[in-house]
Design a protein around this ligand. Structure first.
Ligand code: COI
Length: 363
C-alpha cells in the first residue's frame, strides 16, 4: 500500500474549457523539455495585497501593459514541479508542499505578496486533474508544472508593484538534457559568478537564469552542457549548476555544497539527502573546493558526480573542466549511487517504490 497524502481541496475554481484539445497533435513518444503546453492554465490576480477569485482558462497569450514591472525590473518568481502517471492510471504530484515553501521564500525575498497555500495547492491539483490526459504514460516522462508570479503594475519607477498575477502552466516533458541520462560534461567559468551572499541566489527568480545565459552559451560553444558555478568571493568552492544541485561521492561519502545563501535549496537535493541518510550513507553538506575534486579524481577517491533537480531528476556528470584541468568521473558512465537514486526517485514518482514520507499527492 502506498503511503500518500490525501488530496481534498478547499477551493474549486471556475473553468473556461478549451474548445478543442491540442493533445491529439502531440508526439508523446518524442517529447523534449519545455516546448509543449497542455490545454489549460490557472490565473489569479492580486491588487494592494488582496487576492481576487482565480480561474482556469485555455492556455494562451496573456495581456499586460508594456510598462509592467516584470518586463523591466523582473519582480517575479517561479517554481518547477512535476506530476507523474502511476501504472494504475492515477496521477501523482511530487512534494507539492516543499515546492510551496520554497516558492513562498522566493516571493518574500522579491517583496511579492505570498500566494496563499490553499490557492497554490488547490489550483495545481485542479489543473492537473483537468488536464490529466496530458500526463505521459512513460517512466522517463512527466507533466512539468510551472507556477509563477509576476508584478504587473504600470509604473517605471523602481518600487514594489501594487499588482501581481499568479499563473500555473503545465506541459508534458521528456529529459531535460538532450543526453538523456547519459553523463553530461560541465565546465567552471571563473570569470563569471551566479550569486553572492545577500543576493537572490537561493530564490527561484528569473534574473538568476537570465544572468547565466551568456556564460552558459560560452560553455556550450566549448562543448560542455552547463556551467558548474564557483563561489563569487574566492572562485574556489563549487556551488551548483543552474538547473541542478551537485553531489559527489568522495572517499565513500556523499557530499553536496552547503546551503550558504547563494545556492538554490533544491527539492530533489533534499530528496537525495533524505534517501541517502535513510540508506545509512555518510552525507555531508559542506564547502567543496574544486581543488579537492581535482585531487580526488587524480588519486581515485572521487568516484562519482551527479546533479539533482526537478527537471533534471538525477543527471550523472562524466567530466568537469576547470582552468585546463580535467576531472574524469567513472569513465563517463552513470555510477552506482546515481543509478540507485535515479531508480528509487523515479520509482517513487511512478508508484513502483513506496513513498517513504508522504511526498506524493495522488489525484
Ligand atoms: C526545474 O528543475 O524545475 C527548474 O526550474 C530548472 C529550470 C532551469 C528548468
Amino acid at each position: 500500500m502506498l503511503d500518500t497524502k490525501e488530496t481534498s481541496v478547499s477551493s474549486v475554481f471556475p473553468v473556461e474549457h478549451i474548445e478543442e484539445s491540442k493533445r491529439p497533435e502531440i508526439d508523446f513518444a518524442n517529447l523534449r523539455f519545455g516546448d509543449v503546453f497542455a490545454d489549460h492554465m490557472f490565473e489569479i490576480r492580486c491588487r494592494n495585497g488582496e487576492w481576487s477569485a482565480g480561474q482556469i482558462m485555455p492556455y494562451g497569450p496573456i495581456e499586460m501593459m508594456p510598462s509592467a514591472n516584470i518586463l523591466h525590473y523582473g519582480q517575479g518568481s517561479f517554481e518547477g514541479m512535476k506530476a507523474f502517471r502511476y501504472k494504475d492510471g492515477e496521477v501523482n504530484i511530487f512534494r507539492i508542499d516543499d515546492h510551496y515553501q520554497r516558492f513562498a521564500n522566493s516571493c518574500k525575498r522579491m517583496n511579492i505578496p505570498v500566494v496563499p497555500k490553499e490557492v497554490f495547492r488547490d489550483s495545481i491539483v485542479q489543473l492537473v486533474d483537468l488536464d490529466r490526459s496530458w500526463v505521459p504514460d512513460d517512466h522517463y516522462k512527466a507533466l512539468y508544472l510551472r507556477p509563477f508570479v509576476i508584478a504587473t503594475e504600470e509604473f517605471l519607477g523602481v518600487k514594489p508593484s501594487r499588482s501581481y498575477r499568479f499563473y500555473v502552466i503545465t506541459g508534458p516533458v521528456g529529459s531535460y538534457y538532450s543526453e538523456g541520462i547519459k553523463p553530461i560534461r560541465l565546465t567552471t567559468m571563473p570569470d563569471y559568478v551566479r550569486a553572492v551572499k545577500g543576493g537572490v541566489g537561493d530564490a527561484k527568480v528569473p534574473g538568476n537564469y537570465a544572468a547565466s545565459l551568456k556564460p552558459t552559451q560560452i560553455a556550450i560553444d566549448e562543448g560542455y552542457s552547463q556551467v558548474l558555478w564557483l563561489d563569487a568571493m574566492e572562485r574556489k568552492y563549487v556551488e551548483e549548476v543552474g538547473a541542478m544541485n551537485m553531489f559527489f561521492m568522495l572517499n565513500g561519502k556523499l557530499i553536496t555544497s552547503a546551503l550558504t545563501g547563494t545556492i538554490l535549496p533544491g527539492v530533489t537535493r533534499k530528496t537525495v539527502i533524505e534517501l541517502a541518510k535513510k540508506w545509512g550513507m555518510d552525507v555531508e553538506e559542506r564547502l567543496i573546493s574544486i581543488d579537492e575534486l581535482i585531487e580526488g579524481s587524480k588519486n581515485g577517491t572521487l568516484t562519482e558526480a551527479f546533479g539533482s533537480g526537478t527537471a533534471a531528476v538525477i543527471s550523472p556528470v562524466g567530466y568537469i573542466h576547470h582552468k585546463g584541468q580535467a576531472i574524469e568521473l567513472n569513465q563517463e558512465k552513470m555510477g552506482p549511487v546515481a543509478e540507485k537514486l535515479y531508480n528509487t526517485i523515479t520509482g517513487i514518482h511512478h508508484g513502483n517504490v513506496e513513498d517513504p514520507a508522504g511526498w506524493c499527492t495522488v489525484i
